[in-house]
Design a protein around this ligand. Structure first.
Ligand SMILES: [Zn+2]
Length: 147
């Protein structure tokens, strides 16, 4: 006889949750993966193709391996946890490590929309990522709203 909860998508339901709640993946890794898939693997801010596991063909090349960590997929809180943002799907997007860490280096991080506009301008000038990222076509069209 089995009493243990059945894991779903690698997530073991926490004790004390209702059966409906227990099937909602709540950990940050699951939310990051969901956002990655929802965004077709592209960064929320700069639209670069991100990775969950470092691509072996880029790791093996000295010219690309140096900046590869900047393209790692991270979970970005649209509303920061320090401002009350929660670990829920509506508050989590997938962002490359470069965009995520740079946004939060500022004492008062810009809003997601404002930051997206700033990053889009830098991307257009090929000033956001290493040159090889653009040369390999890893940066996709990112929307810039009307000036
Ligand atoms: Zn990015």
């Amino acid at each position: 006889m089995r009493d243990a909860p059945v894991p779903v998508l690698g997530v073991t339901p926490a004790r004390g949750l209702s059966s409906k709640e227990s099937f909602v993946p709540s950990n940050i890794a699951s939310l990051r993966l969901q956002a990655f898939q929802r965004q077709n693997g592209r960064c929320f801010y700069c639209s670069v193709s991100m990775w969950l596991q470092p691509p072996s063909e880029l790791v093996a090349t000295p010219s690309t391996s140096a900046g590869l960590h900047r393209l790692r997929c991270t979970a970005e809180h649209l509303i920061a946890r320090s401002d009350g943002g929660r670990n829920i799907a509506d508050n989590i997007v997938a962002a490359c490590a470069c965009c995520n860490s740079t946004r939060h280096k500022k004492k008062r991080p810009p809003s997601p929309a404002a930051y997206r506009q700033q990053v889009a301008r830098w991307v257009l000038c090929r000033a956001w990522h290493h040159a090889w990222v653009y040369d390999l076509g890893l940066v996709h069209q990112c929307g810039i709203g009307p000036a």
